[in-house]
Design a protein around this ligand. Structure first.
Ligand SMILES: Nc1ncnc2c1ncn2[C@@H]1O[C@H](COP(=O)(O)OP(=O)(O)OP(=O)(O)O)[C@@H](O)[C@H]1O
Ligand SMILES: [Mg+2]
Length: 397
């Protein structure tokens, strides 16, 4: 049998790969569940990832992100549901035949092999011709700016360089899709943001489908075409970063996306139909009448959501002194251009993010303040289910 040949540049081969029926690198999960005995860790996940899309799977530790990724890779069996890559049902297909490459948090480089040998390894075991391997390694090294490091051992590289070698190892195979499991979490903050830019550039250049797992909402917001937010094995919301930020589907999404986190307070709907307010202890917060579900009645228990940067200091002598959150500054966190205020009142605690220049001088802990929010910036959620309340949605489940 003649040795397999490698497709030429561009990095994404135009012709179908030999071991898969279609060139489309879509990934589709339908009702996917994963259980270990009686422990259900992934519960009915429906997710359709488009060809060339950068999808970020985000959620807190233990929510099932890696399990979903490992099922796509073929490293874990699907307990229930359907999983397709391209036009093929891949349940029962071994990882090496799925035409995808996975990059882990631990780079898992071979310590005794040079960068060149590490990059070539996957092609060597698949018995590609020597010259093709050398060409491919050169191409990938150029894209990742590893050309000058090819003869070094992993221990002679920085963390970021090792990470690039790990990505290069996945790239030389020109897979249909890349799966990343927290690839940057071993790096320091500066390198992480640099690698974020790098990965974004790579995605644009390769045009490959990428599924990227992280618990870091900043990584999710900055990298994703779409974010899928997982909590306790259940998808909470899937959408563009701005959709999750602007219209979080429930209080979990609201609190997870955005930093500092959205303030969430218990309240009650009051006022009348045309001038509704939410009351949280002694705080009275006007909300938009046309933003409420038609059947939401006065007295309904709600969760009030306000992003820290949507809060503003009210003038002491301003009109409607009854409106807003009245409290005392407990902590001031200066951050250069902005400051974060932690304010305590009868309503509980709030974080406000303000431009430093708006603070009166002197200003510090112990200062009484009144914080106001534009009614159009208030998010409302059902007091029990936590589901987003808005015009058109039912007031009660
Ligand atoms: N072999 C196993 N047997 C039983 N439970 C398991 C097994 N593997 C994973 N789990 C559980 O499944 C849940 C999801 O694990 P998973 O590794 O997917 O989480 P994760 O979202 O990737 O978390 P992290 O951010 O910490 O990596 C966890 O609660 C974990 O304890
Ligand atoms: Mg994980």
């Amino acid at each position: 049998m003649p040795p397999p040949t490698l497709p030429p540049l561009p990095l994404r081969p135009a012709a179908p790969a030999p071991n898969i029926g279609s060139d489309m690198a879509t990934v589709e999960l339908r009702g996917v569940c994963k259980s270990y005995g009686a422990v259900h860790v992934v519960r009915g996940v429906d997710l359709a990832i488009a060809d060339g899309e950068f999808l970020v799977l985000v959620g807190p530790s233990g929510c099932g992100k890696s399990t979903v990724l490992r099922m796509i890779a073929g490293l874990e069996e699907v307990t229930e549901g359907e999983l397709r890559i391209g036009d093929r049902d891949v349940r029962g297909v071994v990882p090496r035949d799925r035409d995808i490459a996975m990059v882990f948090q631990s780079y898992a480089l071979y310590p005794h092999m040079t960068v060149r040998e590490n990059l070539a390894f996957g092609l060597r075991v698949r018995k590609f011709p020597k010259e093709d391997i050398a060409t491919r390694v050169q191409e990938v090294a150029a894209v990742l700016e590893l050309d000058l490091l090819l003869d070094r051992l992993p221990k002679e590289l920085s963390g970021g360089q090792r990470q690039r070698v790990a990505m290069g190892r996945a790239m030389v195979r020109r897979p249909k899709a890349f799966l990343f499991d927290e690839p940057l979490s071993n790096l320091d903050a500066a390198l992480r943001s640099q690698m974020r830019v790098e990965i974004k550039r790579l995605h644009r250049e390769l045009g490959a489908t990428m599924v990227y797992v992280t618990h870091d909402q900043v990584e999710a917001m900055t990298l994703a075409d779409r974010i899928a937010l997982l909590h306790q094995g259940t998808l909470q919301q899937v959408g563009r970063p701005d959709e999750l930020y602007d219209r979080p589907a429930n209080t979990f999404v609201a609190g997870f996306i955005g930093s500092p986190a959205m303030n969430l307070l218990d309240g009650t709907l009051g006022g009348d139909r045309d001038t509704p307010v939410v009351c949280a202890a002694d705080a009275v917060i006007p909300v938009l009448a046309d933003g409420l579900p038609a059947d939401l009645a006065a007295g309904a228990r709600v969760r009030l959501g306000v992003r820290p940067h949507d809060l503003a200091l009210a003038d002491a002598g301003a009109a409607s002194p009854a409106v807003g959150f009245r409290g005392t500054v407990e902590v001031v966190e200066p951050l250069g251009w902005e400051v974060h205020l932690h304010v305590r009142g009868e309503f509980g605690t709030l974080t406000a993010r303000l431009e430093r220049s708006v603070l009166p001088a002197p200003f510090g802990a112990g200062q009484p303040v009144r914080l106001v929010v534009d009614p159009s910036k208030v998010h409302l959620f059902d007091g029990e289910s936590g589901r987003r309340l808005e015009a058109g949605s039912p007031g009660r489940v």
